[in-house]
Design a binder for this molecule. Structure first.
Ligand code: CA
Length: 223
């Protein structure tokens, strides 16, 4: 899953990026309001973390603008301690949740995961496709009761496929949700990673139907 962080304090932004990357997320940082708006509208993020206190435009105005542009990506706002009006204005401007600074990384992560579960019928923290399950809190992946060890990128790609089970996903869509904008990824890289995933979730289970399907000339789907 891919996250946009808009925060002018570089140290905080970098530490969020580092922490989230260790949790399998692809993270883009924008340090100003205008670049944040531009990125949010041009790339396809799964969730946006938006600081309220930005020098040029406030996070609240950014949020209002993004909603006006019909962007429905979940937004987690970072607010200052004790600023009740910021929280209220933030939620009124279309943010989905807020977190008060300073915060513990674990809380940021938990709120982010809750926002990712929110879109319709995904209230369960465990994703299921046939006999394959993924616990998005503990990162445990099981097929037919057996634990499957995945690398961070493999996990990230499988999570994206499983969150959209039954849907044909193009290679570009997969790239956009699994890699950040600094990564140089070619459609061929997606094929390589799908190959790794098949080696772990399909090939060892010969008696079971394969889960990952190729949509020729387009991309892949699971289930
Ligand atoms: Ca700030």
């Amino acid at each position: 899953m891919r996250v946009l962080v808009v925060e002018d304090e570089h140290k905080i932004a970098q530490s969020i990026k580092k922490g989230l990357e260790q949790e399998h997320y692809a993270v883009d940082l924008m340090f100003t309001g205008p670049t944040g708006v531009e990125a949010a509208l041009s790339e396809d993020y799964d969730v946006i973390i938006l600081d309220v206190m930005l020098p040029e435009i406030s996070g609240i105005d950014i949020c209002r603008e993004l909603r006006k542009q019909q962007l429905h990506t979940p937004i987690l706002m970072l607010t200052a301690r004790g600023q009740v009006h910021e929280k209220v204005d933030g939620l009124n401007s279309g943010a989905d949740d807020y977190l008060t600074k300073p915060f513990a990384f674990e809380e940021l992560l938990a709120r982010l995961q809750a926002l990712l579960r929110r879109p319709k019928n995904q209230l369960d923290a465990t994703l299921t496709v046939s006999d394959l399950t993924m616990d998005t809190i503990t990162y445990q992946v099981l097929r037919d009761g057996k634990t499957i060890q995945l690398s961070q990128k493999e996990y990230s790609m499988l999570e994206y496929l499983m969150r959209h089970k039954g849907q044909a996903l193009s290679k570009d869509q997969i790239i956009n949700h699994v890699w950040d904008y600094e990564s140089d990824v070619l459609p061929n890289t997606v094929e390589v990673y799908v190959g790794y995933l098949r080696n772990k979730i399909d090939k060892p289970f010969k008696s079971l139907p394969p889960l990952i399907q190729t949509i020729r000339g387009f991309g892949y789907k699971i289930g």
